[in-house]
Design a protein around this ligand. Structure first.
Ligand code: GLP
Length: 243
């Protein structure tokens, strides 16, 4: 538990920096990092860019896999997760573009795209650290309430609550929010050797309580972290209101 959003961001950025440095990645042995979008990780990305610019971390041998992407939104749309990732992190650091993996929500065969994504994760030896955020309904990636805890990367229909929550990025217009997304599954996240989840703000307080003080439950999918041998939730004081 950290005081506020800035301290959460600072802590998590330093944590990731340390993990990458300790791993000593190289061309034959890259550090494989899973990444989220949303407002939660923006502070972490900002801080990681600063750490890169001051020479404290390099992404040269880091391979990334993003959690999710909207279906049908053009890749260069300002709210696509492709745009988000390049704008907030990738264009400011030394990552090699071929090491960036983001699901293609415009692929002609979406199921095939999901299979290819899982295969790519396997090919690099799995994910070392998966960073995530959650929705107010406790979803991780786009694993909406009711998602199987053994789910893998697939097409998912967004919950109405998620569409409302994300309308703020689409001129507040629910009609403009894509209704489908490609998302890693709960099991894809939990297969990572380490999972770090960011939870900030009073609007996530119920979700945090459900996820750590009640049982593992597919209606609050981030609760699966309870079963992970190396799971860490980093939250601010506001998010602890219901604990
Ligand atoms: C979307 C993303 C999630 C993210 C969530 C929370 O639903 N698919 O990965 O965790 O938004 O977003 P925010 O961090 O803006 O609250």
């Amino acid at each position: 538990i950290r005081e506020d959003y800035d301290e959460v961001s600072e802590f998590v950025a330093n944590y990731i920096k340390e993990r990458i440095r300790q791993f000593e990645p190289g061309p034959e042995r890259p550090f494989v990092l899973g990444l989220p979008t949303g407002s939660s990780p923006i502070g972490v990305y900002k801080r990681l860019v600063e750490l890169y610019k001051s020479g404290q971390v390099s992404f040269q041998y880091v391979v990334t896999f993003n959690m999710d992407e909207y279906v049908g939104l053009p890749r260069d749309h300002s709210e696509s997760y492709h745009s988000f990732m390049w704008k907030n992190l990738f264009m400011h650091v030394d990552i090699q573009p071929e090491n960036v993996n983001i699901l293609d929500g415009n692929a002609p065969d979406l199921d095939e795209e999901c299979k290819k994504f899982e295969a790519a994760i396997t090919r690099v030896g799995g994910i070392e650290l998966f960073l995530g955020g959650i929705g107010p309904d406790g979803h991780i990636a786009f694993n909406e309430p009711g998602s199987s805890l053994t789910s893998r990367t697939r097409v998912k229909t967004l919950a109405y609550e998620t569409i409302i929550a994300n309308a703020r990025f689409f001129d507040g217009d629910i009609a403009k929010v894509p209704k489908l997304a490609l998302t890693v599954g709960v099991a894809t996240v939990m297969d990572a050797r380490e999972v770090v989840v960011l939870i900030t703000g009073a609007h996530k307080a119920i979700a945090l309580a459900k996820c750590i003080e009640e049982g593992v439950n597919h209606m609050w999918t981030v609760s699966a972290i309870q079963m992970h041998p190396k799971g860490l939730i980093v939250c601010d004081e506001d998010a602890t209101l219901e604990l």
